[in-house]
Design a protein around this ligand. Structure first.
Ligand code: GLU
Length: 197
C-alpha cells in the first residue's frame, strides 16, 4: 500500500508533488510518477526505483501547472518498470491508484473488445480507460468518475485529472485511505495520509 498525492493550486504543483511523495516514502515503493495539466495538456513523468530518479526528471524542466497528481507504487500487477509506473493515462484522463482492482481482467477484455489499446500490465490502467470511455459516452467528469467507481471491485484509493478541466481533481476510495486537505484560498489537496498533505 503506497502513496497518492493530489494538488489543485495557483502555485506550481510539480515540486510540491515530489516533496509530498518523499513524505510517503516510509510506506515503501518501487517506482514513482506525477501527472500535470501543463498549459491545459497532460504531461506525465515517471521513473522506476528511488524518488531521486523522478526528482531528477522533474528538475530538468520548469513546470507552471498548478494541478497535478503523484504516486509511489508498490507493484501488485506487472513489473516495477517505467511503463507500469503510475500515473496511467487514456485519452484526456490520468489516474493514480493504490490497491487492487479484482475484476480488472474482465473489464480490460471487454474494453479491448471495443477496440481500446492497453499499454501496461497493471490492473490500474483499466481505471483510466473506464473514465475516458464514460467521458466519450457523454458523461460529465464527476459522473464519468462515479460511474467508473461503481464498475470496480476490490480495494482502492484513486485520484484523477482530466485535460480541459483545469480546476478539478477527482478522488475516490473504498477500503484504502485517502484524505482531503483544504488549503488557503483556492488550494485543495488529496493524500494517502495527513503527512502527505
Ligand atoms: N495494483 C496497482 C499496481 O500494481 C497499484 C499498486 C499500489 O497500490 O501502488 O500498479
Amino acid at each position: 500500500m503506497c502513496g497518492i498525492i493530489g494538488i489543485l493550486s495557483d502555485q506550481p504543483a510539480a515540486p510540491r508533488l515530489v516533496e509530498a511523495l518523499k513524505r510517503l516514502e516510509y510506506r515503501g515503493y518501487d517506482s514513482a510518477g506525477i501527472a500535470l495539466l501543463e498549459g491545459g495538456k497532460l504531461e506525465r513523468l515517471r521513473a522506476p526505483g528511488k524518488l531521486a530518479n523522478l526528482d531528477a526528471k522533474v528538475r530538468e524542466r520548469t513546470f507552471k501547472a498548478g494541478v497535478g497528481i503523484g504516486h509511489t507504487r508498490w507493484a501488485t500487477h506487472g513489473q516495477p518498470n517505467e511503463t507500469n509506473a503510475h500515473p496511467h493515462a487514456s485519452g484526456r484522463v490520468a489516474i493514480v491508484h493504490n490497491g487492487i482492482i479484482e475484476n480488472f481482467r474482465e473489464l480490460r477484455e471487454a474494453m479491448e473488445g471495443r477496440g481500446r489499446k492497453f499499454v501496461t500490465e497493471t490492473d490500474s490502467e483499466t481505471i483510466a480507460h473506464l473514465i475516458d470511455e464514460n467521458l466519450s459516452n457523454g458523461l460529465k467528469p464527476k459522473d464519468a468518475f462515479k460511474a467508473t467507481l461503481d464498475q470496480l471491485r476490490g480495494a482502492f484509493a484513486i485520484a484523477a485529472i482530466i485535460e480541459g478541466e483545469d480546476d478539478l481533481i477527482l478522488g475516490g476510495r473504498r477500503g484504502s485511505p485517502l484524505v482531503i486537505g483544504i488549503g488557503d484560498g483556492k488550494e485543495m489537496f488529496l493524500g494517502s495520509d495527513a503527512l502527505a498533505v
